[in-house]
Write a protein that binds this ligand. Structure first.
Ligand code: MN3
Length: 380
């Protein structure tokens, strides 16, 4: 029986993780969880899965839930999020929190010796060096949940990492893949939120539309697979059937394929190195699909992707700044306070003005993150 602490339980990844736990009650148990403000859903999860500890965002909600469920521990806020990660002993922390707020709980779980199933890409972007270093120090596996990184991870099974020539991340192109930059000027939040292939949370869907999602994933891949940026490629592939590929020195390319279904990489992260039956999954039928399409990535069209390569190559606190600026800009776009194109403008401006701190400490990263968020609000 694998004990799972789940951060971000009411989000898209969290909900699908709970589906997997529910489908395999003899294999997995939910020991602890965190969520934001969806208290109705939290109550349902507690009733069904009976975790020992639950963290929510607000104190008011925590007080309400504690009355409803007197037998379990209810905590709240940022401290509560760390409690949810490590307050109850577990085998795995599945971190599907959105944003760099997932950093501290991830580090705490690493120090506690838990396997980290990482869906919280912003943490690896904001502080990848620190997280990877800590995982090495405590001898803790970092298992990717993101579909591209799971594909790379699976394609690397049994391979010698020294023989890799390239990691090739595939990208669907997001909701605006057919739009020119001119056409992007007046797009709406509703348009941006309609992703053609994947059903994901709002932040991730907007990030896909700007291509910042792929940018974050490039940095994530750099850290997870210790690969230089020159050896990480992005390829447009609108069907999202090939989830990513690895090229080796002998020119062989290993790919992982499947119907777009996030439960597959989530479940693999929980069962690795084994695989188990996936209930109600759509099997891949290439004869029905017929054709797969590939296109060279256009860095002029998708400026956010070049920001990410720049930030990654610069290193230090630059990816922290890029990520924090993006998080706030996406929030402001969703609130209708800035246009879609201003997301890029804000990130570019904030990165231009940042003086990189090399090999930053955790405190320096957290401070940089905080200052950047304030700065973006100042600009707007
Ligand atoms: Mn992905």
């Amino acid at each position: 029986m694998k004990k799972i602490n789940l951060l971000g339980a009411t989000g898209s990844i969290g909900t699908q993780t709970l589906d997997i736990i529910a489908a395999n009650p003899d294999r997995f148990t939910l020991t602890s969880m965190s969520a934001g403000k969806n208290i109705q859903k939290v109550s349902e999860i507690i009733t069904q899965f009976k975790p020992k500890l639950v963290s929510v965002m607000n104190e008011k909600d925590a007080v309400f839930l504690q009355k409803e469920f007197p037998d379990i521990t209810i905590v709240h806020g940022e401290e509560g999020l760390i409690e949810a990660a490590v307050g109850i002993e577990a085998d795995v922390l599945l971190n599907s929190v959105i944003g760099s707020v997932g950093l501290k709980p991830t580090l705490a779980a690493i120090e506690a010796g838990m396997t980290i199933a990482i869906a919280n890409k912003e943490t690896l972007v904001a502080a990848g060096d620190l997280v990877v270093q800590a995982a090495k120090q405590y001898n803790v596996p970092l298992v990717p949940v993101d579909s591209e990184h799971s594909a790379l991870f699976q394609s690397l099974n049994g391979e010698n990492p020294k023989r890799i020539t390239q990691l090739i991340l595939t990208a669907s192109g997001g909701s605006f893949r057919e739009f020119s930059r001119d056409q992007l000027q007046h797009v709406t939040v509703e348009q941006a939120l309609a992703h053609p292939n994947w059903s994901m949370g709002n932040k991730l869907t907007i990030d896909s539309a700007t291509m910042m999602n792929k940018g974050l994933e490039v940095i994530e891949a750099h850290h997870l697979f210790a690969m230089p940026y020159d050896q990480i490629e992005c390829l447009l592939h609108k069907e999202s059937i090939i989830h990513s590929m690895v090229e080796f020195e002998d020119t062989s390319v290993m790919a992982q394929l499947g119907s777009p279904d996030m439960r597959v990489p989530i479940q693999y992260a929980l069962t690795y190195p084994d695989r188990i039956l996936m209930a109600n999954a759509k099997r891949l039928r290439l004869d029905e699909i017929g054709k797969l399409h590939f296109e060279k990535m256009d860095f002029e069209r998708f400026k956010a992707l070049s920001f990410a390569y720049d930030a990654g190559r610069e290193g230090g606190t630059m990816p922290t700044v890029m990520n924090a600026a993006n998080e706030v800009a996406v929030q402001l776009f969703m609130e209708g306070r800035i246009s879609f194109m201003q997301i890029e403008d804000i990130i570019e401006q904030v990165m231009d003005e940042h003086e990189t701190i090399n090999a930053p400490s955790l405190e320096e990263i957290l401070e940089t993150d905080r200052i950047t968020r304030k700065k973006v609000y100042g600009i707007v």
